[in-house]
Design a protein around this ligand. Structure first.
Ligand code: PDD
Length: 285
């Protein structure tokens, strides 16, 4: 695998960063995950916009213009073999003596990118759906920043894995649903697709936007509003979205079936529309 590190392309085995990198010491950085279909970076402008938002959120200057990013990303895609890739982009505040305060004067940020083959969920998972557990959302109040400091998310996701499930649905203040440990969550009730509002308590997912755009374009009733904790336990359907998982049905929550325990009509419809959209819009051919 060829990666990009601070101006150079190289095999991943040769990539090195100093131990005093603030990403390593403090988790002081931000990242993006961009799906690549038929060697075409999907929604690149939106991902770069969110990257800028995250950088602004941690007060780190963007090391590249959108044009430069596009050039680097295109080159990295070209240097890797898979048609569909999962591109990971990571920027830290750079290498400096350990001190919580920002380095003064500032230092060069560390810029790292890698691209792996993108493996979207297999048919078996699409037909069975996945299990989820619920847990209190104990993260900070800036979940809208795509920060590399993911320890809460790591621990929350592991709760699902330990329970033989795929995702943890997060409940803020014992009151309302925010998102998953590494995905956005939608609810379906009486034929209406419900999505929580984008605020500081959730990551503004690129796939979340795609799903809502698809719903609007196909006259699927949908509403953006806070989703109460009780509602998720009485949902007809629960859906999960992310760049790597696309859209998946959640068919059990805390070991109990969601709706009838099978992927529902809304999932089937949205998944098909998502694949159509991918074929028609995301791919060049
Ligand atoms: N995670 N919420 C969280 C906390 C996430 O980590 C992610 C994605 C999403 C979905 O965002 P998007 O649709 O833009 O992928 C929501 C990525 C895939 C990851 O960390 O690997």
């Amino acid at each position: 695998m060829t990666i990009y590190l601070n101006g150079q392309f190289m095999p991943i085995e040769e990539a090195r960063i100093p131990v005093l990198d603030r990403g390593f010491i403090f988790g002081d950085g931000v990242y993006e995950v961009i799906p690549v279909y038929s060697r075409f970076a999907f929604r690149l402008a939106e991902h770069l916009k969110r990257l800028q938002f995250s950088l602004d959120g941690i007060r780190l200057a963007n090391p590249h213009s959108d044009q430069e990013w596009t050039k680097l990303i295109t080159e990295l895609i070209g240097r890797n073999t898979a048609e569909d890739q999962y591109l990971y982009l990571h920027i830290t505040r750079g290498v400096a003596k350990r001190d919580h305060a920002f380095p003064n004067p500032s230092v060069q940020p560390t810029v790292f990118m890698m691209s792996n083959p993108l493996l979207t969920p297999p048919t078996a998972l699409l037909t069975s759906g996945v299990g989820a557990v619920s847990a209190p959302d104990n993260r900070w109040l800036r979940c809208d920043i795509k920060a590399i400091s993911l320890l809460p998310n790591v621990l929350l996701r592991q709760m699902a894995i330990d329970a033989g499930c795929a995702e943890t649905i997060l409940i803020r203040d014992d009151d309302f649903m925010t998102e998953g440990a590494a995905s956005n969550i939608f609810l379906v009730k009486n034929g209406v697709l419900l999505a929580p509002p984008k605020d500081n308590l959730m990551l503004p997912g690129i796939t979340y936007d795609v799903l809502l755009e698809i719903a609007a374009a196909n006259s699927i009733p949908h509403e953006i509003r806070r989703i109460a904790k009780d509602e998720i336990f009485n949902a007809d359907e629960l859906l999960l979205t992310s760049s790597t998982k696309e859209v998946l049905a959640i068919t059990t929550l805390d070991n109990k079936p969601v709706g009838d325990g099978k992927p529902g009509v809304m999932f089937t419809k949205l998944h098909k529309l998502y694949q159509d959209y991918k074929r028609d819009v995301m791919r060049k051919t």
